[in-house]
Design a protein around this ligand. Structure first.
Ligand SMILES: [Zn+2]
Length: 144
C-alpha cells in the first residue's frame, strides 16, 4: 500500500499546467504527454514528451520538464505530474494523469528523494513521495 496524501490547490494548478502545455502542442505520433514540475522555490516548468520513430530514443515529458527546470537554474523539485492527451480516434475529451514510467521514477528519485509525484490511485488524484513510490514499484510494478 502506498503512503499517499491529498492534493492541495497548488497541485491542481500543476496538473493544469501539464494539461495546458500538451493541449497547445499535441501532435499525433509526436507529442501526447505533458508534464509539469514545481521547483522548491515555487516556479513551474512544463514540457511535452518527444516521440521518436524508434521508441527507445523518445524522451518522456517528466525528463523534459526536469531538464527545462535545471536549465533555468532550478535544481530542486517539490512536485511533478504528467498527463496524457487523448488521440483524435479516442472517445475521450479530457487529459488524464498518468503515472511515471519506470525510467522516470528512477530519474525523479535520482534528482529528489523528497519529490512528490501526482498519480491516480484508487480512482483519486493523490500525491506520494517519488522515492518510496519507486521503491514500492520494484515490488508491485504498477499502482493499483
Ligand atoms: Zn517516463
Amino acid at each position: 500500500m502506498l503512503n499517499v496524501r491529498s492534493l492541495e490547490n497548488e497541485d491542481y494548478e500543476l496538473v493544469k499546467e501539464a494539461e495546458k502545455v500538451i493541449e497547445h502542442n499535441y501532435r499525433y505520433g509526436r507529442h501526447h504527454i505533458g508534464a509539469a514540475v514545481r521547483s522548491k522555490s515555487g516556479r513551474i516548468f512544463s514540457a511535452v514528451h518527444v516521440e521518436a520513430n524508434v521508441g527507445r530514443i523518445a524522451v518522456c515529458g517528466e525528463a523534459m520538464a526536469i531538464g527545462k527546470s535545471i536549465s533555468e537554474g532550478e535544481h530542486e523539485f517539490e512536485t511533478i505530474v504528467a498527463v496524457a492527451h487523448p488521440h483524435p480516434h479516442e472517445d475521450i475529451e479530457q487529459c488524464w494523469v498518468v503515472s511515471p514510467c519506470g525510467m522516470c521514477r528512477e530519474l525523479i528519485s535520482d534528482y529528489g528523494k523528497d519529490t512528490d509525484v501526482i498519480i491516480m490511485y484508487n480512482g483519486e488524484l493523490v500525491k506520494c513521495n517519488a522515492w518510496s513510490c519507486y521503491r514500492k514499484s520494484i515490488l508491485v510494478m504498477s499502482y493499483k
